[in-house]
Structures are given as C-alpha cells and as structure tokens.
Write a protein that binds this ligand. Sequence first.
Ligand code: HEM
Length: 179
Amino acid sequence: MLGMIFTELVEMVEDTFSPELADEILTAANLPNGGAYTAVGYYNAEEILSLVTLLSEKTGTPVPDLVQAFGRYLFNSFTRSHAELLADKHSLFDLLATLDNDIHKEVLRLYSEATLPTFRVISQSSDCMELEYRSKNHLEPLAIGLIEGAGNYFGHQQLIISQQPGTGSNDATVFRVQI
Ligand code: HEM
C-alpha cells in the first residue's frame, strides 16, 4: 500500500487525538522500519491494520468506524494534495462515475504499484446512485468515508449510504448513495 496512506493516517491520529497517541501506536506496533514512512514508498497493507487495531484498543472506537473516519479525512487531504484531479469534477456522481477511468487511472500513472479497487455504476438518477465496489482488500468502510468526504466537498452534508453484497462474486459490494 502506498506510503501516502500511512502518513495521512498518522497525521489523522495526531490531529484528531494527539501527537503522543500517534507516537505510542507507532512504537507499540513495532514495525519493521520503525514506522518511518515516506509518502512515495510502498508498505505492507497489514501494517495499516495493526496501526488501526491499536488505535481502536486505545480509543475504544471500533475499527470500521476509525477506517470510515479516515476515509473522510483522506478525501479532504486529497482535495489539497491532488486538487488538479478534481478540477474538472462538477458533482459527486460525476466524480464517482469516472473514478476508474480518470482519477484512479491517473493515480496508477503517478504511483505504478498502487493497488486500486474498481467501481461500476449500476444505476443513476438525479439523487441516487448505485455503485458496485470490487476489491480483494474489502475496504468498504474506507470507500464509504471517501464517498462522504467527496459528498461534503460538493456541499452535501448528509448523504445516506447503504451497502449490500453484490451478485456474482464475493469481491463485490453495492453502495447505494442518496444525496
Ligand atoms: C482525488 C481523489 C482521489 C485520489 C487522489 C485517490 C487516490 C487513491 C490512492 C493513492 C489509493 C491507495 C492505493 C494504494 O495504497 O496502493 C486509493 C485507494 C482507494 N481509493 Fe481512491 N482516490 C481518490 C478518490 C476516491 C474516492 C472518491 C473513492 C470512493 C469511492 C475512492 C476509493 C478508494 C478505495 C476504497 C481505496 C482502497 C483500495 C481498495 O479498496 O482496494 N478513492 N485511492
């Protein structure tokens, strides 16, 4: 997994909880490189899970809730670090419908070893979109948090997002997003 994701997670812990807690978790996780992540390096995805699990133990917040909150935080920082990728996006559904062919395609060009999910629009109306998410990483809470972050960016304060298993393969989940 791309180092940027780790550095952002550590930043979220520093901002939302405290720099001391971030240090504590990095020390307790006993990571191979001492948790000295670089944004452009690649790291084992299990490391992130061990950090989030420790954070959950320390804060009493369930892991999926932390991952979802991280998704919101991450989108917000993408709006600064990757503003150019959002420049021609005019609505939440426009952004979601073009993720694979546009934003994530560009992400892959920038970071060739990124492991990205795939998204497919199943149905769309003016206020509702059904979006199929496929990834062997099963980061549904991260996807929901990112969708919420993107909704917020386009001025939707309260999205209604539900999820159900997709058909055909274990890897698929369908999100229903109502604005
Ligand atoms: C400017 C906007 C965005 C940028 C720059 C971006 C970039 C990235 C990057 C760098 C990764 C990590 C790849 C890796 O660690 O190997 C990632 C993963 C991911 N992205 Fe995006 N992304 C953006 C928007 C979104 C949005 C709006 C969604 C919500 C549907 C989304 C869903 C995901 C998910 C769920 C993953 C985790 C990987 C997986 O599920 O297998 N991204 N993205």
